[in-house]
Design a binder for this molecule. Structure first.
Ligand code: SAM
Ligand code: DTB
Ligand code: SF4
Length: 317
């Protein structure tokens, strides 16, 4: 029988009411779910490596890597297998259990570059790390090949609500994102899908994205919540930074709606005081990216992150 604690029929109005609940009441509810479903205070540590950086044909307004914007990021040649293995060893030494390999592609094309990625996945798995990829759109057959290579998770973010999507990305449709996610699910790879706040969207848009993610059955295994990193040269370069409490509300609401998923406090931590980060971890986040670099922007020092977790008695996992 379906577990009544895992709902797939969240409505927009009730989600917005939840998000707008007085802060401490919202966090208390999220905390109760968190302690029930994730006792033990474990925080999953993930690392990122950009295997193909820059010159992306997509026009995502937030992204430093889009060929449509001129930013500090120049096209770089694809990393070779050894460079990725080196990144994987560094990730492992820093305490990560998962490496996420990212490519600035609109979609995967069959050929030598995809074959190289498959080899990277095998190499990362051989080191004893979980392997995740984020490569843009996939066909059924490519998802199958990634699964065969040992891929654990595929990241493909909805980014925002269906209604706000056109303000953010003009070169692909929301339904194409959903189609790739269905293909990932069908292949047996776990789904990592979330979004970004602070792009000028309304609270209703944030909630609509959570409603969409909660409608997946099963829920996505991981839900990254990014705060926009405003990159000079992108159309979003001068947006106001999102208030830390909005991030707490987003994470708490996600925790209540997606009780068993990993909720990852993702981009935007360098601008977030450590107590605000800890409040996010209290309110339901149980994963972070570690490593001094995200893809093209900085992340807190590994040593600072380890100290933050240790001081709070949280357990890196
Ligand atoms: N090209 C692939 C794709 O778009 O699916 C994978 C890489 S893409 C950089 C991965 C995700 O990073 C995006 O979906 C977006 O949610 C997040 N991201 C990119 N730039 C960001 C920024 N400036 N601030 C916050 N999140 C960002
Ligand atoms: C996700 O949701 N956040 C990560 C990962 N998935 C690939 C990427 C964040 C990128 C932040 C901007 C940059 O460093 O380029
Ligand atoms: Fe390309 Fe991904 Fe950046 Fe969009 S988010 S421009 S698809 S790298």
């Amino acid at each position: 029988m379906a577990d009544p604690r895992l709902r797939h029929d969240w409505q927009l109005d009730e989600t917005e009411a939840l998000y707008r609940t007085p802060l401490f009441e919202l966090v208390d509810r999220a905390r109760a779910v968190h302690c029930r479903e994730h006792p033990g205070g474990e925080v999953q540590l993930c690392s990122l490596v950009s295997v193909k950086t820059g010159d992306c044909p997509e026009d995502c307004s937030y992204c430093s890597q889009s060929a449509h914007h001129s930013t500090h990021v120049a096209r770089q040649p694809m990393l070779d297998g050894d460079q990725v293995l080196e990144a994987a060893r560094r990730a492992k030494a820093a305490g990560s259990s998962r490496l996420c390999m990212s490519a600035a592609w609109r979609q995967v094309d069959d050929g030598p570059e995809f074959d190289q990625v498959l080899a990277m996945v095998r190499g990362v798995k051989a080191l004893g790390l979980e392997a995740c990829c984020t490569l843009g759109m996939l066909s059924d057959d490519q998802a199958r090949q990634l699964k065969e290579a040992g891929l654990d998770a595929y990241n493909h973010n909805l980014d925002t609500s269906r209604d706000f999507y056109d303000n953010v990305v003009t070169t692909r449709r929301y339904d194409e994102r959903l189609q790739t996610l269905r293909r990932v699910r069908k292949s047996g790879i776990t789904i990592c899908s979330g979004g970004i706040i602070g792009m000028g969207e309304s609270i209703r848009d944030r909630c609509a994205m959570l409603v969409e993610l909660a409608s997946f059955d099963p829920h996505p295994e991981a839900v990254p919540i990014n705060a926009l990193v405003p990159v000079p040269g992108t159309p979003m370069e001068s947006l106001e930074p999102v208030a830390p409490m909005e991030l707490v509300r987003m994470i708490a609401t996600a925790r209540i709606m997606l009780p068993r998923s990993k909720v990852r406090l993702s981009a935007g931590r360098t601008e977030l005081p450590r107590e605000a980060q800890l409040f996010c971890l209290y309110a339901g986040a149980n994963s972070i990216f570690i490593g001094d670099q995200l893809l093209t922007t900085p992340n807190p020092d590994v040593s600072e992150d380890r100290r933050m977790l240790e001081d709070a008695g949280l357990i890196p996992a």
